[in-house]
Design a protein around this ligand. Structure first.
Ligand SMILES: *Cc1c(COP(=O)(O)O)cnc(C)c1O
Length: 391
């Protein structure tokens, strides 16, 4: 779509300038647009041109810059921005599906993604869950009438890596659309489209903002899917991204390559530094050769990502003592932030699940998710080690 390398696209793609030639992307903080005449208003409602907007719920110049930059980076024809990552996941699925349709989804999902699938089931969509890392289960579940498959390319919080190329081949053999929630891969390590994904979804709240400021999301896909399937659903249901938040995300994209690569380097050095620690039963990081999906991770991301999960020996009490002893790393539930963040999934993000469900997903009482930030890697390792000593 462009001859530029990703680092250049992250800074320049999709930029639009007003008659003032401003250097930094302008924030068009406006809900609406003025028409020169009644006829012009009528014409725009029939067919809006590329530089014509109607209402910020449908589109806005600042939001459009973010959408265009994302579609160029991801290698899709188009993109649509949303108010949050969950609005993107819900839109990507709900805009497509109707009662009687069949969907196959990997089981290891972010709690809210699971909830969206439960809502769809309530409206008559048939949902089959599989172990996303077991290709035989995908082969058995995908049928000629399967409309879509849904998966998180790297699962939250257990960091299983799904072979997107293999799943896409199975899905495409039956004409199903492949929808990938790619948050943990980030747009930097993503090769989702070349692996066969049709629709790629991000929570921009995570690495794209990268400073923990705003909620946002984006769906990337073909022009037909984005404009004919997704846009009508989203523009009438109202999960539009605020122009201010779109501007924050555009600025986030400018530094995304630097931040994510640095965070992934830190994640690898922290994972190596903690491997074999006496207070840990397991260090889970796809970038470590011992991770069960290390090969897939390297093939489809070239990195283990920016998150490390730890299984603290001694269950919830030990995990809580570890969290409470950390000085630099903050207890919260975001990820991809400049600040390192630690989360205890079983009692927070995945609290809603039944204990058996948590068990089957590997979310044990000792499991801790660690999102590495931009602090000094040595300082972080020292903080983690002193907190483990306090366990
Ligand atoms: C955070 C997250 C979401 C939801 O994004 P929000 O911006 O919080 O709505 C969806 N999927 C995954 C994998 C996430 O990590």
């Amino acid at each position: 779509m462009s001859d530029w390398k990703k680092a250049t696209e992250l800074v320049h793609a999709g930029a639009r300038r007003s008659q003032y030639g401003e250097m930094s992307e302008a924030i068009f903080l406006t809900q609406g647009f003025v028409y020169d005449s009644a006829e012009a208003a009528e014409a725009r409602f029939i067919a809006a041109g590329p530089d014509e907007f109607i209402y910020a719920r449908y589109g806005n110049p600042t939001v459009r810059m973010f959408e265009e930059r994302m579609s160029v980076i991801e290698g899709t024809e188009d993109a649509f921005a949303t108010a949050s990552g969950m609005a993107a996941v819900n839109g990507a699925l709900s805009a497509l599906l109707k009662a009687g349709d069949h969907v196959v989804s990997s089981r290891a999902l972010f709690g809210s993604c699971l909830y969206v699938l439960e809502i769809l089931a309530r409206f008559g969509v048939e949902v089959s869950f599989v172990d996303g890392t077991d290709l035989d289960q995908w082969r058995a579940a995908v049928r000629p009438d399967t409309r879509a498959v849904f998966l998180e390319s790297v699962s939250n919080p257990t960091l299983e890596v799904i072979d997107v190329r293999a799943v896409a081949a199975i899905a495409h053999a039956h004409g199903a659309l492949v929808i990938v929630d790619n948050v943990f891969a980030t747009p930097i390590f993503s090769k989702a489209v070349s692996l066969g994904a049709d629709v790629v979804v991000y929570s921009a709240t995570k690495h794209i903002d990268g400073g923990g400021r705003c909620l946002g999301g984006v769906v990337c896909g073909s022009r037909d899917y984005i404009r004919k399937v997704l846009e009508p659903y989203l523009k009438h249901t109202g999960a539009a991204l605020s122009p201010f938040n779109a501007w924050v995300m555009l600025k986030g994209l400018e530094t995304l390559d630097l931040r994510v690569n640095r965070q992934a380097e830190t994640a690898l050095s922290v994972a190596r530094g903690l491997e074999g620690h006496a207070r840990l039963d397991r260090v889970i990081y796809p970038g470590l050769p011992g991770h069960p999906h290390h090969g897939v991770a390297m093939d489809q991301m070239g990195s283990g990502g920016t998150v490390v999960s730890l299984e603290v020996a001694g269950g919830q009490a030990a995990a809580f003592r570890f969290l409470n002893a950390l000085k630099i790393v903050k207890i919260s539930n975001n990820l991809g932030d400049a600040k390192s963040i630690v989360t205890h999934p079983a009692t927070t993000t995945h609290q809603r699940l039944a204990p058996e469900q948590r068990e089957s997903l590997g979310i044990t009482p000792g499991l801790v998710r660690l999102s590495l930030g931009l602090e000094d890697a040595g300082d972080l390792l020292a903080d983690l080690q002193q907190a483990l000593a306090a366990v």
